[in-house]
Design a protein around this ligand. Structure first.
Ligand SMILES: Nc1ncnc2c1ncn2[C@@H]1O[C@H](COP(=O)(O)OP(=O)(O)OP(=O)(O)O)[C@@H](O)[C@H]1O
Length: 236
C-alpha cells in the first residue's frame, strides 16, 4: 500500500514549445494519485505537445514539471529512460513490433527496463496480460489480433513496470465505438487500482458519460474544469 499523498504530477508555470514556437503558456496544474483526467482541445491545440513535454520527448524550457518524482527542468538525457519506466505511455497507433509475438514484444520492454530474472519476467507478463483480458495471447503475432486486442497489448506493455501515471494520447481513436468502450473500461479498472490517468481524447461521448476532471487546450492556454467553466461543446 502506498501511503504517499504527494501528487503524481505537478506542472508549474510551464510554457510548452514546438521548436521556438510557444504552443501553450503559463500552464499550471497537479494530478493526484488515483485521479482520472481528460485532456481535450481542438486539433492542433497542443494536447500531444503537452503530453510529450511530460514524458520528456519535448524539452522543458520554461517552468517546472515534477512527475513520478522526477524534476524535468534538471533531468539529464541518461535519466529519461528511468523516468519513462515510471510512466505508462500509450498512443493511438499501436507501435508493436509486428514481427514479434506478444510475449516477445513485452519481453523486449522488460529487458530494456532492467528485468533479468526469466521466471519473474514470465510471471509479470502473465499478470499484465491477465489484467487486460488477454491471458491466451502471449504466443500470437500482432496481426493475429484485432485492433482492440492490439491496443490491450499496448496497455499491458505500459503496465509492466507499475507506473504511477498513464499518459494516453487518443488511445481509442482508431477503434470502433464498441471496442473503444471496452478499452475505456479497462482504463477505468486500471485507475481504480490506483494508477492516475491523463487521457487526451476527441471523444465527446466519453465526456458526456463520465464526469471526470477535464483539462482543455484553448487559445494557447490550458483551462482546468476544477477552476474554470470548461465547455465540452462541439467546437473541439
Ligand atoms: N514535430 C512538430 N514540429 C513542429 N510543430 C509541431 C510538431 N508537432 C506539432 N506541431 C505543432 O504544434 C501545435 C500543436 O500540435 P499538437 O500535435 O500538440 O496538437 P493536438 O492538440 O495534439 O492535435 P490533435 O488533436 O490533432 O492530435 C500545432 O500547431 C502543430 O502544428
Amino acid at each position: 500500500m502506498d501511503f504517499n499523498t504527494e501528487p503524481v504530477l505537478k506542472v508549474d508555470h510551464v510554457t510548452v514549445f514546438q521548436g521556438v514556437d510557444p504552443i501553450l503558456s503559463d500552464v499550471s496544474f497537479s494530478i493526484e494519485q488515483h485521479e482520472f483526467v481528460f485532456l481535450i482541445g481542438k486539433t492542433g491545440s497542443g494536447k500531444s505537445s503537452l503530453l510529450k513535454t511530460l514524458y520528456a520527448d519535448l524539452a522543458l524550457k520554461a517552468g517546472e514539471v515534477e512527475i513520478s518524482g522526477f524534476h524535468l527542468k534538471s533531468i539529464k538525457t541518461k535519466e529519461v529512460p528511468f523516468l519513462r519506466r515510471k510512466l505508462g505511455i500509450i498512443f493511438q497507433d499501436f507501435q508493436l513490433f509486428n514481427d514479434r509475438t506478444v510475449a516477445e514484444n513485452l519481453a523486449f520492454v522488460m529487458k530494456a527496463t532492467g528485468w533479468k530474472d526469466k521466471v519473474k519476467i514470465k510471471e509479470r507478463m502473465a499478470e499484465v496480460l491477465l489484467q487486460v483480458g488477454l491471458h491466451n495471447a502471449s504466443s500470437k503475432m500482432p496481426h493475429q489480433l484485432s485492433g482492440g486486442e492490439q491496443q490491450r497489448v499496448v496497455i499491458a506493455r505500459a503496465l509492466l513496470n507499475e507506473p504511477s501515471i498513464l499518459l494516453a494520447d487518443e488511445p481509442t481513436g482508431n477503434l470502433d465505438p464498441d471496442v473503444a468502450d471496452g478499452i475505456f473500461k479497462l482504463f477505468q479498472e486500471i485507475n481504480k487500482k490506483g494508477t492516475a490517468i491523463l487521457m487526451a481524447t476527441h471523444n465527446h461521448e466519453l465526456l458526456r458519460k463520465y464526469p471526470y476532471r477535464v483539462l482543455k487546450c484553448e487559445n494557447g492556454k490550458l483551462l482546468d474544469s476544477q477552476t474554470h467553466d470548461v465547455s465540452f461543446g462541439s467546437s473541439w
